[in-house]
Design a protein around this ligand. Structure first.
Ligand SMILES: Cc1cc2nc3c(=O)[nH]c(=O)nc-3n(C[C@H](O)[C@H](O)[C@H](O)COP(=O)(O)OP(=O)(O)OC[C@H]3O[C@@H](n4cnc5c(N)ncnc54)[C@H](O)[C@@H]3O)c2cc1C
Length: 392
């Protein structure tokens, strides 16, 4: 059910979720799925939902368990390349998926509107601390992260603007070609390491995103220009004839922190979740699958007991200490030895088969996969980074 904020008595709700983005809506869907008995209020700042991002990654069946009817694009192969080398992977067991936020928001809003348990208020900003003055209900704060967080010495911003490029003539055969270019044209300039990410959407459209790993917050105009130029180059390369028309439109914009976010709530009744509490994997900027798993686990916990107002939830731990430590080392190397970035990604792609790469990227790697990755890395930068991590 969608309601307005007027006359809402916050104390009527057993659970208040601030932020109806990926984490807030995923948790709502999971609570409905697991039959949570309490009353839930979701408060969202935006007035209307529009397509603002595409969530891609190597999602497991468990990650997608509550989204069976949501349309997903599936890519059985992907590649990583610079101007002299290219490594392509294929995995039918662990394909790369892509989900449009528009489809996700529509799906979640339909479920919420049809429910008696979850109410959504849009167009309203709330701070969890203001809310504590009004209610003792349990609060889950999922307001996301902007550029207000301070980048640590060994952190990078992942900065990109994605443009949708549309061609007047078909450029992909979607029946036979399901290939994602995860890192094309890897290169380096004074702003940092960058590459182009290209995900076909249908036979005439592709998402094209020049992505920087950088210490600066880059201007959106600059990133839009980079992605637009890359989109034109890509389409020209694809098409055998020249009478096509191309349109590009910016559709998503990200400045994702690549470092460990460890914001803590100062109040027992408030739990931070989603990006604001470290759901993004620092080495990759992927967070969708992790948020799905957190939402399912949290909803199961909440649904297995009677709603008790104000009972604190355990702070989520999204990644093991081992993954966080390895990601920290990796980031020290990227910050201190940016010229090694291309080698690192190419060597990793070369060392792993498609299934192994997918498992590694989705934090499901076995010890043998970790060993392969470690053995493939340039040794001195990593040894020095381990040393540096002990010194700092
Ligand atoms: C453009 C982009 C592309 C991405 N692509 C991928 C990808 O391909 N794969 C992947 O795994 N991850 C991806 N991510 C990373 C991550 O999955 C997303 O950022 C994800 O949306 C994080 O979920 P969240 O709920 O923490 O934050 P958000 O989805 O940003 O949700 C936060 C919500 O809180 C609302 N809000 C903010 N302040 C308030 C307030 N004071 N009161 C009420 N509401 C408030 C916002 O309007 C927003 O709806 C991407 C991120 C971005 C920005």
């Amino acid at each position: 059910m969608t309601v307005t904020l007027k006359h809402i008595d916050f104390s009527e709700f057993d659970l208040i979720i601030i932020g109806g983005g990926c984490a807030g809506l995923s948790l709502s869907l999971a609570l409905l799925h697991f039959g949570y008995k309490g009353k839930v209020l979701v408060v969202e700042r935006r007035k209307q939902y529009q397509h603002d991002r595409t969530w891609s990654g190597w999602f497991s069946q468990t990650d997608l368990a509550l989204l069976p009817n949501l349309s997903k694009r599936t890519f059985a192969s992907w590649s990583i390349a610079n101007d002299s080398s290219q490594y392509s992977h294929t995995s039918n067991a662990f394909p790369y998926y892509s989900i449009s936020s528009e489809d996700f928001y529509t799906h979640a809003l339909q479920k919420i509107n049809a429910s008696q348990t979850v109410q959504l208020v849009t167009g309203t900003s709330l701070s969890s601390h203001d809310l504590m003055a009004m209610t003792q209900s349990r609060v889950i704060d999922t307001v996301g992260l902007g550029i207000e967080v301070t980048r640590p010495r060994y952190g990078l911003w992942q900065s990109f603007v994605g443009v949708m490029v549309s061609s007047s003539s078909p450029i992909f055969d979607m029946k036979t070609q399901s290939h994602a270019m995860l890192m094309a044209d890897m290169s380096q300039d004074d702003k940092g390491f960058f590459f182009t990410y290209i995900i076909p959407q249908n036979s005439r459209q592709a998402l094209v995103e020049v992505t920087y790993f950088t210490t600066q917050v880059l201007a959106a105009d600059y990133l839009t220009e980079c992605s637009t130029q890359a989109a034109h180059r890509f389409i020209q390369h694809q098409q055998a004839f020249s009478d096509h028309q191309i349109m590009t439109m910016p559709i998503e914009h990200g400045h994702l922190p690549m470092w460990e976010i460890s914001k803590q709530s100062t109040h027992d009744h408030i739990t931070l979740a989603g990006n604001i509490s470290g759901a993004l994997r620092s080495s990759s900027g992927y967070g969708f699958a992790t948020i799905q798993r957190w939402a399912q686990e949290t909803a199961q916990t909440l649904s297995s007991s009677e709603p008790l107002p104000g009972t604190p939830l355990v702070k989520p731990r999204y990644y093991s200490r081992w993954i966080q430590w390895m990601d920290n080392i990796f980031l020290i190397v990227l910050v201190r030895y940016p010229a090694q970035s291309q080698t690192i990604f190419l060597q990793m792609a070369k060392a792993l088969k498609g299934d192994e790469f997918a498992l590694f990227m989705s934090h499901r790697a076995s010890l043998s996969i970790w060993v392969k990755v470690i053995m493939a890395m340039p040794k001195w930068p990593f040894i020095k980074a381990v040393w540096r991590s002990w010194l700092d």
